[in-house]
Design a protein around this ligand. Structure first.
Ligand code: XMP
Length: 521
């Protein structure tokens, strides 16, 4: 980024909350980037960080091969905040003692802070603990800021050098004072500016896009999802009609999706948007196919073929917009992800055709999802698009179990629309409202290739089954099924059976991930 904003760097030591630390700091208006602990020094230091946060992690500092504190962090002379493993690392490195705690401490604890100090206001604070090791002896120059019943050194600091450490997790909601602590560290101790706000990003990103693209033409592939819509709207703001956006209607979209995209981008913002009606091509290619991976392969390949045709007809623009967001960037460089087993091929329809060469414009690559949403609203995209749940690239094809036919897609689409409509009405989909229920992360209908017997009016029926799936998840790697109210489920089931011809039974999926996945295929 040009004019690098004041930056705090979080080094990730493998803790489950590392991303959250960065998000919380950004919520405070402080620009923050996350790197693996062993990232290249030059890559980190080019940001000229105002301070470092060392995340938690599963290792013990005294274990052989445990992640260590890179020398350049101390050498930089910048303030450091160690969290959990990060605290232990700092203490261990500077000559203190870390040892296994008499018992693992997990859950809520009370932190006593007896005196004024730069990091935590005095008083008694509820904090979230999760650790097996603890600090037993402090390095020279450190003093105790706070303690809990089982951690005598739950918060410590070397005030002069600006080194601080907390045994608890300030980044989780269960530590109400946590955001304030992170803010004090970043703004007061590191003197980082807290002006990271949507209006500022927009100006900065627009300028960057203009600089990258110059007078060249730009192509954007709009998928119907939030990220590609926001990226497209932003690039349009930057370069206007140098942009052409292409939206391929695969025939595998949900009800109202195509109209929503046209309304939001073309009609409201004036983005030059080409809608390609490719439903017949996709449905033809999918004829007779029932294997999930085969469906994905066909859809990915067909998409690329159509997209190539469009690009060619536009004289092959030099630049392509991609809606890559920061978690994609973080994930792609995390070592453990590179070896993750392939459960499903996640073709990103709307993504880059592999054998086409474009220079990428990725204006969202430093933004978290909630920041992308705020930016989308600031750009004038409507709430219903900005708060859309994620939708897989292969679309309804992987929710229409068995063969994908126009008739079966129509049933699935109608059932899915009813489910989403009722969830939205009850406050389970859409933007979080202070007084409403917590919106689910993803919710959809699945059409099963199973027929069951029923009775409707005095007639025997023998028709298909719809399964409903609604989950809560933070990272889509694990998920819990949503405990939706029975009367809501009852209303949805009754409406589907009454309103969708050919469906006579509705079931609710109560499988967590793992062992299930979120999608059924
Ligand atoms: P699973 O089913 O693996 O899904 O638990 C995790 C998340 O990924 C989405 N998903 C996909 N997204 N192409 C995509 O772009 C795919 O083929 C695909 N399969 C699953 C799924 O909707 C969920 O959000």
């Amino acid at each position: 980024m040009q004019d690098q904003p004041d930056t705090i760097v979080v080094l990730d030591f493998g803790g489950q909350y590392a991303q959250l630390i960065a998000r919380r700091l950004r919520d405070q208006g402080v620009y923050t980037e996350l790197f693996p602990w062993d990232a290249d020094e030059a890559e980190v230091m080019r940001l000229n960080p105002k301070g470092f946060v060392l995340s938690g992690g599963p290792a013990s500092v005294y274990a052989a091969g445990a992640p260590h504190l890179p020398d350049y962090v101390l050498a930089s002379g910048r303030p450091i905040l160690g969290i959990c493993y990060g605290l232990q690392l700092l203490v261990h490195h500077l000559g203190g003692t870390v040892a296994p705690a008499p018992e693992r401490e997990y859950g809520l604890a009370w932190l006593e802070v007896p005196r004024e100090n730069p990091l935590i206001p005095p008083g008694r604070h509820r904090v979230w603990m999760s650790h097996g090791d603890r600090v037993e002896d402090l390095p020279p120059g450190f003093e105790v800021i706070g303690y809990t019943q089982s951690s005598p050194y739950a918060a410590v600091g070397h005030f002069q050098r600006g080194y601080f450490g907390v045994q608890f997790h300030p980044e989780v909601q269960h530590t109400p004072i946590g955001s304030h602590i992170l803010r004090r560290f970043a703004v007061d101790i590191c003197t980082a500016r807290d002006d990271w706000r949507p209006a500022n990003w927009m100006a900065r990103l627009v300028e960057e896009i203009r600089e990258q693209v110059g007078k060249e033409r730009v192509l954007a592939a709009v998928s119907g999802g939030v990220d590609s819509a926001v990226a497209t709207a932003l690039v349009y703001k930057a370069v206007g009609d140098q942009l052409t956006a292409v939206f391929v209607d695969t025939g595998l979209l949900r009800q109202g999706e195509r109209e929503q995209v046209v309304r939001a981008l073309k009609q409201a913002l004036g983005v030059p948007l080409r809608v390609v009606d490719a439903a017949p091509i996709f449905l033809n290619a999918l004829k007779g196919v029932t294997d999930p991976e085969e469906k994905r392969r066909i859809i990915g390949a067909t998409f690329i073929r159509i997209f190539e045709q469009e690009a060619r007809s536009l004289g092959h623009p030099r630049f392509l917009v991609q809606g890559t967001i920061y978690p994609d960037v973080i994930e792609s460089r995390a070592p453990e992800r590179k070896h993750a087993a392939r459960i499903k091929t996640h073709h990103n329809v709307g993504g880059l055709p592999e054998d086409m060469t474009f220079e990428l414009v990725e204006p969202l690559r430093y933004l978290f999802k909630d920041e992308v949403r705020r930016l989308g609203l600031a750009l004038g995209l409507p709430e219903d698009l900005v708060w859309k749940q994620p939708f897989p690239g292969p679309g309804l094809a992987v929710r229409c179990l068995g063969e994908v036919t126009p008739e079966r897609l129509a049933k699935l689409r109608a059932a899915d629309a009813i489910f989403r409509e009722e969830l939205t009405r009850a406050g389970y989909l859409g933007p979080p409202r202070g007084d409403g229920p917590r919106p689910v992360s993803q919710a959809f209908a699945v059409l099963l290739p199973v027929q069951s017997v029923g009775v409707m009016g005095d007639q025997r029926t023998y028709q298909e089954v719809v399964a409903l799936r609604a989950v809560y998840t933070d990272d889509f790697m694990t998920a819990d099924w949503a405990h939706l109210p029975y009367d809501l489920l009852a209303r949805v089931a009754a409406r589907i059976v009454n309103e969708v011809p050919g469906v006579n039974r509705v079931v609710y999926d109560i499988t967590t991930k793992p062992p299930g996945t979120i999608e059924w295929e």
